[in-house]
Design a binder for this molecule. Structure first.
Ligand code: NAD
Ligand code: MG
Length: 399
């Protein structure tokens, strides 16, 4: 089979997902050429990545970091052109020479560049779940309008995608039941505090929260996993990706993180996708889809795995999951408000301004004080986001 070289932009190249993506891409120089790499401010790592992958463009959000990168690449004789700022992120995501965009910026900062890739009709590999949580309705409409191909990178959603029927357009148009799907079982490791009593959660440190038992990830998603907000965001993400209603998705604690999620059909069949907890598997799956290719991930040792455990999540110890379940039910701008409050709360926890248990308190307080609407434009989503961030910061200062 002859393969066409795919040009790829990696948004968030210096992050955990970005680095794993470049690891997979480097294994297949016959399939992929890196077109652009982007980062917030870590210019040294971006320089190393540019020297290895020789992209046409490198984009940094931060102006000083961009100046440093320019000087370093010149010194090394690298021809990559350095751009800076939010509009450059959108430009390299939507560039006509780009086929595939890995959307791996963390948080709401990823929304506009990811949407730019969608609007340009790219193959979009979505790791940036916050973008879909914030603007799911407008985002999925944009996908339909442009004909972009949206593929999930989140391991659970990639697993669900693999277990769902191949005819995606059927369930996207008519709902999961029409494809014989009874429910989705969204698995969760339970995070580092799965067995920690409530009374001890107030004392946990950022270092403890970021020490995930099974996955190595960026700080924000690590804290979200510890509060289980990550599972809540994933529930909302799954509703949009698979045209599911919240009641069709059951969250299941599965501490081994070997099953990445399951789909139950009306005949009683339950399909699961298993694998080692290594993001290179979903990344390689989505990059090569509908084909398959090597990812560098070791074979799953099912004998060593030995047992798979399952239990119900504890909504009392993990109120963030409850808040997200409610947000999924009411939808509108509620998920955007929750996401924004949570980003501020996680940053405040990481900088030791608030306690771990105050993350959920802050999220709940912000939601109770602000009024959600049914957004008809991106501006409405963005103003909900701004409003919730301001309210969250104000509350933190008053505590
Ligand atoms: P990370 O913190 O390791 O990396 C984030 C990347 O985004 C970095 O390259 C950073 O430079 C860039 N970035 C941050 N702020 C930016 C801004 N304002 N403008 C431009 N770029 C900015 O995060 P990660 O763990 O790689 O996660 C990335 C996304 O993927 C998140 O949405 C996360 O929820 C999702 N995800 C991650 C994993 C994982 O295993 N890490 C798994 C599933 C989903
Ligand atoms: Mg996940």
């Amino acid at each position: 089979m002859s393969l066409q070289l795919q040009q790829i932009t990696v948004l968030g190249a210096t992050g955990s997902i970005g680095v794993s993506t470049l690891d997979v891409v480097a294994r297949h120089p016959d399939r992929y050429k890196v077109f652009a790499l982007t980062a917030d401010r870590r210019w040294q790592l971006l320089a190393t990545q540019c020297l290895q992958h020789q992209p046409r463009y490198a984009v940094l959000n931060d102006a000083k970091a961009a100046a440093n990168l320019t000087a370093e690449l010149q010194r090394q004789g690298c021809e990559t052109e350095v751009l800076q700022g939010a509009s450059a992120l959108e430009a390299v995501a939507a560039h006509e020479q780009v086929d595939t965009v890995m959307a791996a910026i963390v948080g709401g900062a990823g929304l506009l560049p990811t949407l730019a890739a969608v609007n340009a009709g790219k193959k979009v590999l979505l790791a940036n779940k916050e973008a879909l949580v914030m603007a799911g309705g407008l985002f999925t409409q944009a996908v339909q309008k442009s004909g972009a191909v949206l593929l999930p990178i989140d391991s659970e959603h990639n697993a669900i995608f693999q277990c769902l029927p191949n005819h995606r357009s059927d369930y996207l148009a008519r709902g999961l039941m029409s494809s014989g799907v009874r429910k989705i079982l969204l698995t969760a490791s339970g995070g580092p505090f799965r067995n920690t009593p409530s009374c001890d959660l107030a004392k946990v440190t950022p270092e403890q929260a970021c020490a995930h038992p099974n996955w190595s990830m960026g700080q924000k998603i690590s804290v979200d996993s510890a509060t289980m907000m990550n599972k809540g965001l994933e529930l909302i993400e799954a509703c949009w990706l698979f045209n599911a209603r919240p009641h069709q998705i059951q969250v299941v604690i599965h501490p081994q993180s070997v099953i990445h999620s399951m789909v139950e059909y009306i005949d009683g069949s339950v399909l699961a996708q298993l694998g080692n907890p290594d993001m290179r598997t979903p990344i390689a799956h989505a990059l090569a889809w509908p084909e398959r290719m090597e990812s560098g991930v070791a074979s799953l040792d099912i004998i060593a795995t030995a047992r798979l455990d399952f239990s119900e999540p504890d909504l009392l110890r993990f109120p963030c999951l409850r808040l997200a379940q409610n947000a999924a039910d009411v939808s509108g701008t509620t998920p955007a408000l929750l996401n924004a409050a949570n980003e501020v709360a996680v940053a405040a926890f990481l900088s030791r301004q608030i306690r771990f248990d105050q993350i959920a308190q802050l999220n709940e307080e912000v939601l109770s004080r602000l009024v959600a609407v049914e957004p008809t434009s991106l501006e409405e989503v963005q103003s909900a986001d701004t409003e919730a961030r301001a309210m969250a910061s104000q509350l933190i200062n008053s505590w």
